[in-house]
Ligand binder design. Structure first.
Ligand code: C5P
Length: 310
């Protein structure tokens, strides 16, 4: 990695993962995507993405969750940087360094988060000052949930998940995430969802007004029974062990549990921080899960932080 004297200083962006509080999957659209109605919440598991001007495009990945992240041109954060460069003509090669804290291929949008972070970081590095709406349009080209990871918080997603509307959520929610051993590919889970549905056409998804008022109340007891994920049956069908994980979490005191996005991470909502510690310990001790993470939501989307010193 080299850096000319006149290069701007590197920029680091911290970006959260997400859980879908409601993920309603409708019919397949003409473009092959499924019509979605979803409520995203950004949670406090983070990746840090640093971009630095360089002689050529490149990417490197570090952190405990790095296994399975492409270290070449397929990397979605590198693709995001190149897309912003190509569209504006005002960038130039960068090296993208990703420190993973979000589980990979876990249904928590780790790859999408890195793409969102790379867009925000390059926008700053190159002094573009691109309006948020334009950045979100580019984000949507990279993936359905990339725009949400730019904005963060709690938001409703429609279309294929990329059209966002803010949601009023009071309070802080406490989550325990049970991590799967193997990742699940998102397309395979959607395909399994279609297979399980057979020839029946899914109705257009309609958001649950009750979930919105639960979020306004800020009471996790009201929210818990309303958590829903239409991809859950498909994820459990592909990885039956997820059914045991869901059962164990409820048995050990979770208020509610769902597969996160397309899985295989399972998200448990608990009453408060201490209940989260108890559940994390019980799940780990039970041997039914390999690893757990505690997190809170909602948190902010992609934001610039001081460049970390190794
Ligand atoms: O948009 P993204 O690249 O994240 O989507 C990954 C894959 O998930 C798509 O190629 C598609 O198979 C599936 N998907 C879908 N309908 C959506 C979002 C994703 O079928 N609304």
């Amino acid at each position: 990695m080299t850096s000319a004297h006149s290069d701007p200083p590197p920029v680091t962006v911290r970006v959260p993962g997400k859980v879908n509080l409601e993920l309603l999957v409708g019919p397949v659209r003409g473009d092959g995507y499924h019509a979605l109605s979803t409520v995203y919440q950004a949670v406090s598991l983070y990746d840090d993405v640093t971009v630095a001007a360089d002689d050529e495009w490149g990417v490197s990945v570090s952190g405990e969750h790095r296994a399975g992240v492409p270290g070449d041109d397929d990397n979605i954060a590198l693709r995001a940087a190149r897309l912003l460069d190509a569209r504006t003509g005002l960038g130039g090669p960068v090296h993208v360094s990703i420190r993973k804290g979000i589980p990979v291929a876990g249904g928590m949008a780790g790859g999408s988060a890195d793409a969102a972070a790379a867009l925000v970081a390059c926008d700053h590095l190159w002094g573009l000052g691109m309006p948020r709406e334009e950045l979100e349009l580019l984000a949507a080209e990279l993936g359905s949930d990339v725009p949400f990871l730019i904005s963060g918080g709690t938001a409703m997603g429609s279309g294929r998940g990329e059209l966002l509307a803010p949601v009023l959520a009071r309070g802080t929610y406490h989550w325990v995430f049970a991590l799967g051993v193997d990742g699940l590919s998102t397309p395979s889970v959607y395909a399994e969802c279609d297979r399980l549905r057979g020839s029946s056409t899914a109705p257009e998804p309609v958001p649950n007004a009750g979930l919105m008022s639960a979020l306004r109340s800020g009471d996790p007891h009201i929210l818990a029974p309303l958590l829903v994920n239409d991809l859950q049956d498909a994820a459990v069908s592909l990885v039956p062990r997820l059914g045991d994980v869901l059962e164990a979490g409820m048995e050990y005191g979770a208020l509610g549990g769902i597969v996160s996005g397309s899985g295989p991470t399972v998200a448990f909502l608990v009453e408060e921080a201490e209940a989260g510690i108890d559940l994390a310990v019980a799940l780990t001790a039970s041997g039914v899960v390999r690893d757990v993470r505690r997190a809170t939501g909602p948190v902010h989307g992609a934001h610039i932080i001081p460049v970390p010193v190794d």
